[in-house]
Design a binder for this molecule. Structure first.
Ligand code: ADP
Ligand code: TRP
Length: 336
């Protein structure tokens, strides 16, 4: 389905990835990349700068994200896995795009507007705590996407507007300087796994502290699954699987037959929450055993991660340079 497409996505290094990220973002991106003609997956360390002020943390999280994709089976022949800041062409394209992206477009960003609303609600100055990295975030993100002639961008719902802004910015530049300069990308939103619930039943999120890390070790994994909040139904009572966090998580790891079996047992009654949690734990533990081992091995050998990231950046730069040269020639009349 994506065999002739260029797929790209970026991941901000802002903490240990959890099962929600896995089902909603990482797994779909890996599957799409492995099917695509070419893929670019990068760790958006420059995007983390507007909020993360500790360079050691950015380094650690960058390696964790890279190791996650490597351990979960990203095909490195097809996909270039790299660090955003290792492709210097990004800085050039960002400056070029600054001059066609309108300020009004930035003003309409949901993320920026949410912060303004928060400041206003707290009686603070409208732009309190908002740096230009944050305000111009969509331009850097547009540069990420446009640099690699991207056709498809798998992202969560929250990032859809950013991809639409990249389309808008590409359209403006093409309009002014020539239609063929930049490929106009399409967002691909993962609807099925739109919201994996967390331990407390709300959306699993780092911000709610209700998450299960993808590579939690066996003991920690068990402990956190046992913490899933349930209602007071007895084992023999029929239960609605679609209301159950346990089932919602289970179906992402189980085969269709296994998921159907749990669904039936819940609907008929006879499956208690304790036993269902045990089934969930065993399922995740089994599925994750091999990638988990790979993941910790990679983190123990950061040079292996660096080798992959450097090779990825080298491949990415070939395409990035062609794009920047094309845009530079159109805008400045020469290649810079
Ligand atoms: P968090 O909410 O933990 O901060 P992010 O906002 O960093 O997560 O999300 C990174 C990616 O993972 C996004 O593409 C987002 O859509 C996806 N994602 C995050 N939480 C979930 C969830 N609970 N269910 C499905 N997808 C999720
Ligand atoms: N803004 C994205 C996020 O917060 C990360 C990101 C940066 C990205 N550049 C991108 C995603 C380009 C897709 C394409 O999740």
């Amino acid at each position: 389905m994506f065999a002739d497409k260029i797929v790209l996505t970026g991941v901000k290094p802002t903490g240990m990835p959890h099962l929600g990220n896995l089902a909603g973002a990482i797994k779909p991106a890996i599957d799409m990349s492995n099917e695509a003609n070419k893929a670019f997956i990068f760790i958006a360390d420059l995007h983390a700068l507007n909020a993360v002020r500790d360079s050691n943390l950015i380094g650690t999280w960058t390696h964790e994200v890279a190791a996650t994709y490597m351990a979960l089976g990203l095909n490195l022949e097809k996909a270039a896995l790299f660090r955003q800041s290792d492709v210097p062409e990004i800085y050039k394209l960002t400056v070029f795009l600054m001059n066609v992206a309108s300020k009004g477009l930035m003003n309409r960003s949901h993320a920026y507007k949410a912060l303004i609303a928060e400041n206003e609600a707290n009686g603070k100055d409208t732009d309190f705590g908002i740096n230009m990295g944050l305000f111009t975030y969509p331009i850097l993100m547009a540069a990420d996407i446009l640099l690699y002639n991207t056709d498809l961008v798998p992202v969560g719902k929250d990032q859809k507007q950013h991809v639409e802004m990249a389309r808008d910015i590409a359209g403006s530049l093409n309009n002014i300087y020539g239609e063929e300069l930049l490929v106009v990308p399409e967002p691909v939103i993962q609807k099925v796994a739109a919201a994996i619930p967390g331990l407390d039943g709300r959306k699993m999120s780092k911000s709610y502290q209700n998450y299960v890390p993808i590579f939690a070790q066996q003991k920690a994994l068990k402990k956190s699954i046992m913490k899933i909040v349930t209602d007071s139904k007895r084992p023999e009572d029929p239960k609605d699987p679609d209301e159950s966090t346990i089932y919602q998580l289970y179906q992402h790891f189980a085969s269709k037959e296994e998921a159907d079996a749990m669904r039936q047992q819940f609907t008929d009654g006879g499956l208690g929450y304790g036993d269902a949690k045990k089934m969930l734990f065993e399922m995740i533990d089994k599925t994750m055993a091999e990638p988990r081992e790979k993941y910790y091995d990679l983190l123990a050998h950061p040079e292996k991660i660096e080798d992959v990231l450097m090779a990825g950046a080298e491949r990415a730069r070939v395409v990035a340079k062609e794009t920047v040269d094309r845009v530079s020639k159109a805008m400045l009349g020469r290649i810079v």
